[in-house]
Write a protein that binds this ligand. Sequence first.
Ligand SMILES: Nc1ncnc2c1ncn2[C@@H]1O[C@H](COP(=O)(O)OP(=O)(O)OP(=O)(O)O)[C@@H](O)[C@H]1O
Length: 264
Amino acid sequence: MATTDDAPTFGSGEVVLETKGLTRRFGELVAVDSLDIEVERGEFRSIIGPNGAGKTTLFNLISGALLPSDGSVIFDGEDVSRLRPHERVHKGIGRSFQITNVFGGLTVRENVRLAAQAVLQGRSPVDNAFRHKDSFDDLNGRTDDVLSRIELGDRDGERASTLAYGDRRRLEIGLVLATDPQLVMLDEPTAGMSAEETRNTMELIGDVLGDRTVLLIEHDIELVMNASDRITVLNRGEELATGPPEAVAENEQVQQAYLGGGVL
Ligand SMILES: Nc1ncnc2c1ncn2[C@@H]1O[C@H](COP(=O)(O)OP(=O)(O)OP(=O)(O)O)[C@@H](O)[C@H]1O
């Protein structure tokens, strides 16, 4: 789990995630419309766009919460379009806030342990909740590692429900990390945080997820501009632009769609 010198960095050209003609309809509405997106290993890619652009639907299609109406999701060279969410977690696709929910009645440690266990045994978290507790040394090691990385090691006995909002979001990031994902999907990880909590959380994301490929949905443009290798802009389910932050910010179509002609 530790960051290594040979950790993938953006620029290798190796594609880890690809969508091909990815489409999701809800009745007449095309929420995601023939998307062809390529994400490189080690890349920090943000997905932005106006409300209803299709960002969350795209995440749902990649994580397996939704199945496509058309097209496919290729991860690490394998078509995962029809796999169930926990099977995709096992392949290395980690998503915060949905697959790895925080259980308020459990302690911080128990939450992290449960998430780690799900992947080490390749089963769903619920199946694993009933397994014997202390039989896996690597599980304990991974749990300790995650707790220290999210800096909640000294509060590991506290119930998750008693954590302050910012700490709870850190725990959620820890739960994603516990599944040892190659690709991490974060859906507005700083929503509802103060400016200081947002800064700390983004630093944490950089520290603990710097050696992973990250997909981020975020409305805070300044944060997106600072954190991303590349940005994809969606509008009405379609890809409007993909490129480095500066190029996207200068794109006229993006400015019009996103801010009604204002400057990003
Ligand atoms: N389960 C669903 N059933 C019907 N329509 C849906 C469903 N999920 C999403 N939609 C519609 O699909 C479109 C895209 O929604 P989506 O939530 O993906 O957008 P978004 O870019 O994440 O928006 P926001 O920034 O507001 O979260 C919207 O018009 C939404 O109303």
